[in-house]
Design a protein around this ligand. Structure first.
Ligand code: ADP
Length: 874
């Protein structure tokens, strides 16, 4: 029979309603408990035991729990698992609850401790050191569609950085891809919202509110001093701050003044390009194998976060790029300075994040210690830079932001012990000598402790009981304990001891003397704790007052770290400073793919460097040659070199002259991804369409085997048309890799197009891939050799060879004329088959050993069969 829910269950259900779809962590003593669906979800993600507790509506209630002291680790896993968590804390002690019950006239025995949700823990609103990845920014993004534009407000609340921008609705995916947010919020009534956004009330996204909140937070009368912010940007700010308010239950985290991002300042890249170039994440998922993993030599987490941002949003403005390059060069030219500086940086704590926690009211004494040490290291960095001559402008500016904290550092150094604890409730973080009254209190409790030790000796002597001990526990405080057999001695009425407790093997007592000393300790301890609390609050206040200068120091340290790290990487890999130009060229001598080169080096193989010389008269390279010959690698290495250069890095080449690009596009033909089941021909065409509509004369496009995802004819025709469009209409720089031999005829009609191929040789019947780029069309297709290299069984290869011979003879016989392709000078692999004694298609199918084929080989075989079938039909 379903009964009335218990008062606790009623309280739980009310809190759960408030928590919405966040998991509710319901505090019960030393545990956070989860119930119902929440318990099932959490038990699954955390892999912990699911039990039950009581009944609700006649059903047992599923339950699981995590200990409060280790809750952070569990929270981290839940957040990683895509959950959001509402923390419901006890807001009074059981004693207070009883007092309240007495006042309210309710039964004291049933007094229920009041609870309240104190915070929502969500992926985008974390500040805890343990929950954040040191080398990754953690962004919360609010998106607000307003009329024709979309406003974006992105904020890393662990450091307070906030950036606003406005984009076209079509460019939203690209912007979100660049930001890589942990959490995105948007108005609930927005139909076109990207997937996985968290829906928030429309009323949260009012631009006037955004403006007012910014003014209030930063104590300014107008936003004009901060930059130009549009209505959509401000609407997004409003949504962002409203969400932070909700998550923090009214306590806002640290927010720096927002920076407006202009649309033309950065090299634009869409989501597909980012994925294909594996900038921050490899396609296999994770950092390993990505560009950043290969480039990152930063000494600090903040530096690594800055580098990730630089690579995700390279610049499109020459002055700013040159500034960064000059700064890298400064460290490149001075290995000693670089080594010393990096050693100092490695010691520097993450002051940006420590500051974020302190301002958000979640700071600890350890965070204060980090600010102290970080600012001190910043001063050392400044001194080191001051000593080096001809500092470039960027470094000089950064240096200036490093100083100016002398008084604060000095104060923190005097006030705090060398390594302050993360827990502040136990005290012990204020240094001795800082506050004389605190020292006196500590001395009092120290003396009392000594007095207790003396008492123990005295009582042993007096009672002739060497096994007598004075002990301490949470429940009794200090007490005297003797083994049971000596108990009677102390029980005597005139012994001076009062009995407290009899245990199985021991008896416990108190004495007037002990009580006095214990009270002295307790009283002095409580006063000392209170004094430390007061000091803590005052020190935090001082740090908060200096927050903008501290944040500027943190940003300067990160930028300096990035420059030194890029110099280190350049020295390590023999990279060179690119020359940045305005004309649309891309001249790279001895270019290498940094990630592939590094991977090859691990197995002792050498990467073959290749040149690229795109310019106004030769802006489209058509690259042929066998599969696995290095076409993709060449395309990508040039895109990455451009990206690195515009991010302000040296590049893996012996010489590079790079004309600034406004956009970078990278596309890979569908079949290359088919084995992963990711891409379809449709996706490929949608992505190609995006290039054709967005690329400009200043863009750089790499197209890898576009047109492969469909039948040979369609694909070839599409590839043909795309190349023509790139050449005639877009007129951008482009590298186009294709295995369609036939496209080489385009060189006859397109004057800024040239033919290239990756070289290969047959040696003793085997194919040797040289990974070397050469001018001219590939002399022939190496499909069969590659198939052999890939392990296609010999009978199939042999049979294919026979078929190929016939096909080629047929082609010669017809003069290589394409049939039925109208005006296009398209020479397909069509051929009229000679009369065959047996049906070759049938034979080829027979020869296939299906079980020995990989999905990729199977696909290639299918293509071959299809081509053969087409040829037979023709
Ligand atoms: P394709 O696009 O022509 O099929 P890839 O670019 O995918 O070929 O290259 C295939 C493999 O060949 C790469 O994974 C790499 O191991 C090797 N490779 C490519 N380019 C080079 C190079 N320049 N030097 C050495 N090895 C290379």
């Amino acid at each position: 029979m379903p009964g009335k829910p218990t008062p606790m269950m009623q309280q739980y259900l009310a809190l759960k309603r408030e928590a919405g779809d966040a998991l509710l962590f319901y505090r019960m003593g030393d545990f956070f408990e989860l119930f119902f669906e929440d318990a099932k979800v959490a038990a699954g993600v955390l892999d912990i035991a699911l039990t039950t507790r009581g009944e609700h509506d006649g059903e047992p209630v599923p339950m699981c729990g995590v200990p409060v002291h280790s809750a952070e680790g569990y929270l981290a896993r839940l957040i990683k698992g895509g959950c959001r968590v509402a923390i419901a804390e006890q807001t009074e002690t059981p004693e207070q609850a009883k007092e309240r019950a007495k006042r309210e006239g309710t039964p004291v025995s049933k007094a229920l401790v009041a609870r309240d949700i104190v915070r929502f823990v969500t992926a985008g609103t974390l500040t805890e050191e343990a929950l954040l990845e040191p080398r990754r920014a953690n962004l919360l993004v609010a998106v607000a569609p307003v009329r024709d534009g979309v406003g974006l407000a992105a904020c890393d609340i662990s450091t307070g950085r906030m950036e606003l921008e406005e984009c076209d609705p079509q460019a939203l995916d690209a912007a979100l891809a660049r930001l890589g947010a942990s959490e995105v919020v948007a108005p609930e009534d927005w139909d076109a919202a990207p997937p996985e956004v968290i829906a928030r009330p429309r009323a949260d996204f009012r631009s006037e509110d955004g403006e007012t909140r910014l003014k209030n937070i930063h104590g300014i009368a107008t936003l004009d001093g901060l930059g130009t912010f549009t209505r959509p940007m401000l609407a997004a700010v409003a949504g962002l701050i409203a969400y932070l308010d909700h998550a923090g239950r009214g306590t806002l985290p640290f927010l720096l003044p927002p920076v407006a991002r202009g649309s033309g300042a950065h090299l634009a890249m869409d989501a597909a390009t980012r994925t294909s170039l594996e900038i921050l994440e490899a396609q296999s998922g994770g950092r390993t194998g990505s560009l950043i993993a290969c480039v990152d030599r930063c000494s600090t987490g903040a530096g690594a976060r800055q580098l990730a941002e630089d690579l995700a949003a390279p610049l499109a403005e020459r002055g700013a790029i040159e500034e960064r390059l000059a700064s890298v060069q400064h460290f490149h030219a001075d290995p000693l300075l670089r080594a010393d500086l990096r050693a100092v940086l490695r010691q520097a704590p993450d002051i940006g994040r420590a500051l974020g926690r302190l301002v958000a009211g979640r700071g600890s004494p350890r965070d204060l210690g980090q600010i102290r040490d970080g600012l001190a290291e910043a001063r050392r960095v400044r001194d080191m830079l001051a000593a080096s001559s001809d500092r470039p402008a960027l470094l000089a500016r950064m240096s200036d932001a490093l100083g100016g904290h002398a008084a604060l550092v000095d104060h923190l150094a005097r006030a705090l012990v060398p390594s302050p604890p993360t827990e502040r409730s136990q005290g012990g973080f204020i240094a001795s000598g800082y506050d004389h009254s605190l020292d006196a209190l500590r001395e009092t409790s120290g003396n009392a402790r000594k007095a207790i030790a003396a008492l123990e000796a005295k009582y042993r002597e007096e009672t002739k009981t060497p096994s007598l001990k004075i002990k301490h526990n949470k429940v009794l405080g200090y007490f005297i304990e003797v083994p049971a057999k000596h108990g009677d001695k102390l029980m005597a009425a005139d012994s001076g001891f009062t009995h407290r407790q009899t245990m199985a093997g021991a008896v416990r007592f108190n004495s007037v003397g002990l009580h006095e000393e214990a009270s002295r300790i307790a009283e002095a301890g409580a006063h000392a704790l209170a004094a430390e609390e007061t000091h803590f609050d005052r020190l935090v206040g001082e740090v908060i007052d200096a927050r903008e200068a501290i944040a500027a120091t943190a940003a300067a340290l990160a930028r300096i770290d990035v420059s030194a790290a890029l110099a280190e990487r350049a020295a390590e890999g023999d990279w060179t400073r690119p020359e940045i130009l305005d004309e649309p060229c891309l001249e790279v001598s001895g270019g290498r793919h940094p990630v592939v080169e590094q991977a090859l080096a691990k197995t002792g193989e050498r990467f073959v460097a290749n040149d690229c010389t795109l310019g106004p008269d030769d802006r489209l390279w058509l690259i042929g040659g066998p599969n696995m010959g290095g076409k993709s690698t060449f395309l990508r290495q040039n895109a990455l070199i451009m990206l690195l250069a515009q991010a302000g890095s040296f590049v893996p080449a012996t010489k590079a002259r790079i004309g600034l690009a406004d956009r970078l596009f990278s596309r890979v033909g569908a079949s290359d991804n088919l084995a992963r089941g990711r891409s379809t021909f449709m996706v490929e065409m949608v992505e190609t369409a995006a290039i054709l509509s967005q690329a400009t004369e200043r863009s750089f496009v790499i197209l890898d085997e576009v047109g492969r995802g469909t039948s040979t004819y369609d694909g070839m025709a599409l590839a043909w048309a795309v190349v023509e469009a790139v050449h005639e209409q877009l007129r951008c720089r482009c590298l186009f890799a294709t295995h369609y031999h036939e496209l080489s005829r385009l060189a006859d009609t397109c004057d800024a197009l040239s033919l290239h191929h990756v070289r290969a040789r047959e040696w003793k019947g085997d194919l040797v891939l040289l990974h070397e780029l050469a001018r001219g069309a590939a002399d022939r297709s190496y499909g069969l050799s590659v198939a052999k290299l890939a392990g296609v069984p010999a009978p199939v290869i042999k049979r294919a060879k026979a078929v190929l011979d016939k096909l080629e003879k047929g082609r010669e016989a017809t003069g290589g004329l394409a049939a039925g392709l109208g005006e296009l000078p398209l020479f397909a692999v069509t051929a009229q088959m000679e009369e065959a004694e047996e049906d070759p298609l049938h034979a080829a199918v027979e020869a296939i050993d299906v079980d020995s084929l990989s999905p990729r080989e199977a696909l290639e075989t299918l293509y071959a069969l299809k081509a053969q079938a087409a040829a037979t039909d023709a």
